[in-house]
Write a protein of this length. Structure first.
Length: 541
């Protein structure tokens, strides 16, 4: 019996050569598709996830960063539009640290480091320009440190100093701010930036600082103009804070009584911001002289006397002073005379007492409350019966009165100054909220991402499986069958050729034994007998 042997590689290639051109083309397309899919899947799986390294880079900084990334062998690519530079996600922080060690990205704003590279022979004008540039850069970098400011530009106009006082000019400054979306600056922050710039420049007034945003809106307004118009932002802010304080106090005291979200309050406060100073001087009535304090006292006494004139011959006796005269004790109002002499005594006494005076200087506080107007709305009482049915009923008058008393005590109600209070009990309208149904589990972002990945992998596996089991395997099987058939044909032809040359001899001395031997040969090897007969027929033997 012939034994089937597997076809050799050479015979398979020969059979592949014998295939029709259509089958050859199909096999080549299938092999190319499988290779392309496998390569694409490998690239897709091994491609790293890119993240933003830096965005909004200038051309100079971008070129320097790309050159450094090439030296560090860090792959990079640009986002759509070139607005950002992307690197692999696992290398973002390492790349930033390495670039920061090289001083990248360099800020477009130059500060006082500009003065470190001064060259020999620089003129005084150039030094002044560099100093002004450095000062502008430092101010811009300081303003950019604010959370609401994305970038800033500062322009200074510093006049040249003059020896003439009348020709002195004041410096001025202009600030352009690029704010982040949704982060506007309030008036206090604008005023802080203006004071920051004015404090950094000598003789620069806050009035001479102009601040503009990226949309061209003037943010800085002269303070004097606001005060002259009667609109003081500080006063308006104080009024709002006072009203919010009263609203919070009223809602806090009523919430435990009526429940959360069942009370609303509004307060209008009329405040007095006028500045009043009083000075008064008052005197008390005259007191008893015995109990009064003496400030000063003056006593004067005058004595006058009349004597006879001297007569006679002048001499030593006449030039001697007269003997002392002693007047008798008598009433001062009664003149006395002795030996023809008269004397008068006059006393004057003046006493000044301290004045009982009071000087009072009073300065009234600013921001006193002139009047309060309060409006309070209270929701109906919510009742739930045994069946779970919800109903709303008005509050009883007694409870409304208690609420009224609570609010009056909280706000410090004063009827003299004209305070008003209005409490209304009504049903609140429930807000119409759009009910958003929750996403089913198969629409969750995590599930969607996982399903997308699995679907991609399954699609790739299905395509590869179809190409392998649907096209290549049947073609290879067909080639194998053809190779087996060819091998069998070649083996049969070889056996037939051998039978032609080596036909077994049958002894002819006994006819019966010859017939029996032929039958035995036919039973043992029918194929050989058939080939011999075919050879006889073909050879006309």
């Amino acid at each position: 019996m012939a034994v089937d042997t597997p076809p050799s590689l050479l015979s398979q290639l020969q059979l592949l050569n014998r295939l029709p051109m259509q089958q050859k083309f199909g096999l080549m397309v299938a092999a190319a598709a499988i290779i392309a899919i496998l390569v694409g899947a490998w690239i897709w799986e091994t491609t790293p996830d890119y993240r933003v390294l830096y965005s909004n880079l200038s051309d100079k900084d971008g070129g320097a960063i790309i050159a450094s990334l090439q030296q560090l062998n860090v792959p990079y690519k640009f986002a759509e539009g070139g607005g950002a530079l992307l690197v692999p996600a696992d290398m973002v922080h390492e790349a930033r640290l390495k670039l920061a060690s090289q001083g990248l990205p360099k800020s477009s704003l130059v500060g006082f480091e500009l003065m470190e590279n001064e060259k020999f022979g620089t003129s005084q004008f150039q030094e002044q320009v560099n100093y002004q540039r450095a000062l502008e850069g430092e101010l811009a970098k300081t303003i950019q440190s604010l959370s609401s400011v994305q970038s800033a530009r500062v322009h200074l106009a510093i006049p040249k100093p003059s020896v003439f006082v009348r020709e002195q000019e004041k410096p001025s400054a202009s600030v352009l701010l690029d704010l982040y979306p949704g982060k506007p600056l309030d008036q206090a922050q604008v005023s802080a930036i203006a004071h920051l710039v004015s404090s950094s420049i000598s003789d620069l007034s806050v009035k001479n600082v102009t601040i503009v945003d990226q949309n061209g809106n003037l943010l800085s307004q002269p303070i004097d103009a606001l005060l002259n118009s009667g609109m003081d932002p500080g006063q308006m802010k104080y009024i709002q804070e006072t009203e919010r304080s009263y609203i919070k106090r009223i809602e806090d005291i009523l919430t435990p009584v009526v429940g959360a979200n069942n009370v609303r309050a509004q307060v209008t406060a009329d405040l007095d911001f006028s500045q009043v100073e009083n000075t008064s001087e008052s005197f008390r009535p005259n007191q008893d002289p015995a109990g009064a304090a003496v400030r000063s006292q003056q006593v004067s006494e005058t004595n006058s006397s009349s004597e006879q004139k001297a007569s006679g011959v002048p001499g030593s006796l006449s030039n001697q002073p007269p003997a002392p005269v002693s007047a008798p004790v008598a009433s001062p109002s009664k003149p006395t005379s002795t030996s023809g002499n008269t004397s008068n005594t006059q006393k004057d006494s003046t006493t000044n007492y301290e004045l009982d005076k009071t000087i009072q200087h009073t300065k009234h506080p600013v921001g006193n409350i002139k009047r309060l107007s309060v409006a309070v709305v209270v929701n109906y009482d919510r009742k739930v019966d045994a069946k779970g049915k919800v109903s709303f009923k008005p509050l009883p008058p007694g409870e409304i009165g208690q609420i009224n008393d609570l609010v009056k005590e909280t706000m410090g109600f004063n009827a003299t100054r004209g305070d008003t209070l209005n409490i209304v009990n009504t049903a609140f309208t429930a807000p119409e909220t759009e009910v958003i149904p929750p996403l089913p589990w198969w629409k969750q972002p995590e599930i969607t991402a996982l399903a997308t990945t699995i679907a991609k992998n399954l699609a790739i596996a299905a395509i590869v499986g179809y190409l392998i089991f649907g096209i290549i395997r049947p073609a290879l099987k067909n080639i194998k069958l053809q190779a087996v058939e060819l091998a069998q044909t070649e083996a049969a032809a070889k056996a037939e050729a051998e039978q032609h040359h080596h036909v077994p001899s049958i002894p002819m001395h006994d006819e019966g034994q010859s017939v029996e031997a032929a039958r035995e040969l036919a039973r043992q090897n029918p194929q050989l007998v058939a080939n011999v007969i075919k050879g006889w027929v073909a050879g006309n033997e």
